[in-house]
Ligand binder design. Structure first.
Ligand SMILES: O=C(O)CCC(=O)C(=O)O
Ligand SMILES: [Fe+2]
Length: 309
């Protein structure tokens, strides 16, 4: 649970993270300045001209190419703490070696053979699911902080937004070892923040086709073109550890190219939605995060839009 306090005179937001029973022995939780470079990026100070310039720039990039990139916003010490968390969680990673289509739905042979939902690619990658993040995890603190939610909302020009209700997918680490590949897909959530934690020696490049579909239009023809190898409208983003990107994963189809070399790629993925209740479809949860929970079945009929998924 977290609380943001807005000081109206100063226009400042303080981020206070409160968790569990306060009478228990205190746990050292990272504070905003422990993970964000607030000197270069004063995202906590609503009255700051520097913040406004940053938000304007992000909005422009999101409108132009469906994604914005903020270099070096997360402090190196925080990146190192997240890297160590992933290493400690190695044995708890859910690894997948399934084939999936861009919508994470089961094969439907009643569809035409050239329908994108019948195009399956093999994924090999893993997740440290959100439900097993450590209590003092920097990723958890970043996600719990209302300053971050407000900042992402301002950059997107969409508000209010909420942390995703999906207990597995809301803020996982995605892990890719040598040879792993994450195929083209749309996300179950609308907006994702990515923070690269460890870069591979080669490959592991994030590629996306901006705003390929809308809540009203699947745009199957263009989706099929990308799946067939037409990269003419595809963008690549080279991230460095500590960089942050914001992108619209439900509408921009994306993938991560094969990781080459013996250094794994780790990335933190806090996610956001316009509604506070929907979660992944059970099949999507199963394919991405290894299992579907009762909440995925209970809320299956409750969708954010009418898209295939
Ligand atoms: O690893 C990434 O950069 C993106 C992973 C991804 O697309 C996802 O988890 O849905
Ligand atoms: Fe994704």
């Amino acid at each position: 649970m977290s609380e943001a306090v807005i000081d109206k005179e100063q226009g400042m937001i303080e981020c206070e993270v409160v968790r569990g029973d306060v009478s228990l022995a205190p746990v050292a939780m990272p504070k905003l300045e422990d993970f964000v470079d607030l000197i270069q990026y004063p995202i906590h100070d609503l009255s700051s001209a520097k913040r406004q310039t940053l938000v304007d720039q992000c909005r422009k990039e999101l409108d132009a190419v469906g994604c914005c990139h903020i270099p070096d916003i997360i402090r190196p010490e925080s990146i190192e703490r997240m890297r160590q968390e992933v290493e400690r969680q190695r044995e708890n990673i859910y690894w997948s070696e399934n084939s999936h289509n861009p919508y994470m739905t089961k094969e439907d042979t009643s569809l035409a053979e050239n329908h994108p939902a019948r195009s399956f690619e093999r994924r090999s990658s893993g997740f440290v699911n959100s439900d097993i993040l450590e209590e003092t995890s920097d990723l958890r603190a970043i996600y719990d902080c209302d300053v971050m939610v407000q900042f992402v909302s301002d950059c997107l020009g969409v508000g209010p937004i909420f942390r995703w209700a999906d207990p597995l997918g809301r803020n996982p680490y995605s892990v890719m070892d040598e040879g792993d590949y994450f195929p083209w897909h749309f996300d179950g959530n609308e907006f994702t923040v990515s923070v690269l934690v460890q870069e591979p020696i080669k490959g592991g490049e994030f590629q996306y086709s901006p705003d390929l579909r809308t809540p009203e239009e699947e745009n199957l023809e263009e989706v099929a073109k990308v799946l067939a190898g037409d990269l003419s409208k595809v963008h690549s983003l080279i991230l460095k550890p500590g960089d942050m990107q914001i992108f619209k994963g439900r509408f921009s189809m994306h993938r991560v190219t094969r990781v080459e070399g013996n250094q794994s790629r780790y990335i933190a993925l806090p996610t956001y939605m316009r509604d506070p209740d929907t979660v992944n479809r059970p099949e999507h949860a199963r394919q991405f995060y290894g299992r579907a929970l009762p909440i995925h079945f209970e809320r299956e009929a409750n969708r954010p839009d009418d898209l295939l998924d």
